[in-house]
Design a protein around this ligand. Structure first.
Ligand code: ADP
Ligand code: MG
Length: 487
């Protein structure tokens, strides 16, 4: 029948019912969407009226949950009254991140990859410690440590991290810590804006250390969790144990310490734990959204202590880095992305990597759902709202000003009715750039150019395209202007 099933504990009748539901779903949502989202699901078991279903990735689970769970539930109700609920989880068996990366369609490969065949063997064949998915919230370490350490995302490995100018220093520092046997700089303080890869790098350190030496104790936790635990320990009068837990840790990573600032007692405790660990030669890694000196509400002595290790900042992304990230991610997803679309996204979604990833996922999900290839037009349509938000940065007025300067004409000529080529050409270039760099519609653009008609704008765009193809120097001029406006 071709559906994924694992019927060791589910009988043939259930299998048949699933087959019928699949056929029904296929006719409702279409072949492409069915193949991407539902076919990879596998029926595992029925426990107390709950049907256990597993999917290969977290992304898939979330997608299925939000889009198909309700429909599936009602189809099941019809087929089998014994099934009261669906329990969709991420396939527990995971390869270690390195092993998973070696095969195409690793942990990041969500919608387009073929479902990974399920193997029945437990544990690790690669000799790596077994790592479970973040979604299951467990790992193979002792319970106590596992409880202390937050779940790690299997996608956040060094191999999955794209290195470019803005993050190469932070990357090198993180890598050094993951590889070093002895402490080299303490603490490592990573800082940068949201969505630029701080958490990714911290998880990557943890993955690498664990796979190289499972006996080393690595703890990663958010500063909020640290605070929460400390406050709980205070309440339970258990602060001695609390300290002990941390003091037996080889590498301690605390994410987003800006959340600790202002909380005096937690800061105090953090400081003590921190000092004790440093004195014992343990490695500490800390992240924040600001540099140590800029952290407000942080005690001076804590600041200066944070400052004395290595401070590495992650800068805002560049076009090249964004392009690299998009290429890497689409490769991991086995996606065929037209180069034009990749470039478009890299130009437009400039805020941070998280948003860039989100945009890519949306484009992919949409193309899967409607069963059509990814094109520039569909991308613009799907990301309409996002593009607008990212666009606000370049305005038509700015474009007009820059272009007028460049061609040595007056700004008023952008609006005037003069038709002399010396002003008409720059005006066309400005219209062209307005179309390229903002999400304004043709009529909107026309209005800003002295109330011209949208067909005039359309003509300008076409004309500039033609000239760009015909004249190398003109093409370079336009490209230069575009870069200037974008930077
Ligand atoms: P932060 O902790 O700085 O807010 P994250 O580490 O959570 O940011 O990163 C946000 C998302 O962007 C994550 O999914 C992460 O995998 C991805 N990401 C960030 N930087 C990179 C990079 N250089 N290469 C690949 N993915 C990245
Ligand atoms: Mg983070």
């Amino acid at each position: 029948m071709g559906y994924q099933h694992d019927i060791s504990s589910v009988d043939g009748a259930v299998e048949e019912q699933w087959g019928r539901i699949c056929e029904k779903m296929k006719s409702e949502i279409g072949d492409a969407a069915f193949k991407s989202w539902l076919k990879p699901m596998s029926i595992k078991d029925i426990v107390d009226g709950s049907l256990k279903i597993s999917v290969p990735t977290r992304f898939m689970r979330d997608w299925v949950m939000t889009h198909y769970a309700e429909r599936l539930q009602s189809l099941w109700n019809r087929e089998n009254t014994g099934i009261k609920s669906l329990d969709i989880s991420v396939q527990e068996e995971r390869k270690s991140p390195t092993a998973a990366l070696a095969s195409k369609g690793g942990p990041f490969a969500a919608p387009l990859s073929q479902p990974r065949p399920q193997s029945s063997s437990r544990g690790s064949k690669s000799g790596m410690p077994e790592l479970r998915s973040a979604a299951t919230g467990r790992d193979s370490l002792s319970d106590e440590r596992a409880e202390l350490c937050a779940p790690l995302d299997t996608r956040y490995t060094f191999d999955n991290f794209v290195v470019g100018k803005p993050n190469e220093f932070a990357y090198a520092a993180a890598k050094r810590i993951a590889e070093a046997e002895v402490v080299q700089f303490n603490p490592l303080f990573l800082y940068g804006g949201v969505g630029l890869g701080k958490t990714h790098l911290m998880h990557a350190i943890a993955w690498q250390i664990r796979s190289a030496n499972p006996n080393r104790s690595v703890v990663y936790m958010s500063a909020e969790k640290f605070m929460y635990r400390f406050i709980r320990a205070l309440r339970e009068k258990n602060t001695v144990d609390f300290k002990e837990q941390f003091r037996s840790v080889d590498v301690l990573m605390i994410d987003d310490v800006q959340f600790i600032s202002g909380k005096e007692s937690t800061q105090e405790e953090f400081f003590h734990t921190f000092n004790a660990l440093v004195d014992q030669g343990r490695q500490i890694v800390i992240s924040a959204d600001k540099s140590p000196s800029d952290l407000e509400g942080m005690e001076e002595r804590l600041k200066s202590r944070l400052n004395c290790g290595l401070v590495a900042d992650i800068h805002a992304t560049t076009y090249e880095l964004r392009l690299g990230i998009l290429q890497a991610k689409s490769e991991q997803m086995n996606l065929i992305m037209p180069q034009k679309v990749t470039e478009f996204l890299a130009h437009k979604i400039t805020s941070n990597v998280r948003e860039l990833e989100g945009a890519l996922n949306r484009v992919v999900a949409h193309s899967q759902l409607v069963g059509r290839d990814i094109t520039l037009e569909s991308t613009q349509e799907v990301l309409h709202d996002l593009l607008r938000a990212n666009d606000r940065r370049v305005t038509i007025e700015e474009i007009q000003k820059r272009v007028a300067e460049h061609f040595n004409i007056r700004i008023s000529d952008m609006h005037s009715a003069r038709r002399a080529r010396s002003v008409a050409r720059p005006r066309q270039v400005a219209m062209y750039l307005a179309k390229q760099l903002t999400s304004r519609s043709l009529p909107e653009i026309g209005r800003k150019f002295g109330g011209r008609d949208h067909t005039t704008v359309m003509h300008a765009v076409k004309k500039v395209d033609e000239l760009r193809n015909a004249e190398q120097s003109f093409a370079e001029d336009v490209e230069l202007l575009k870069r200037m406006l974008e930077s």
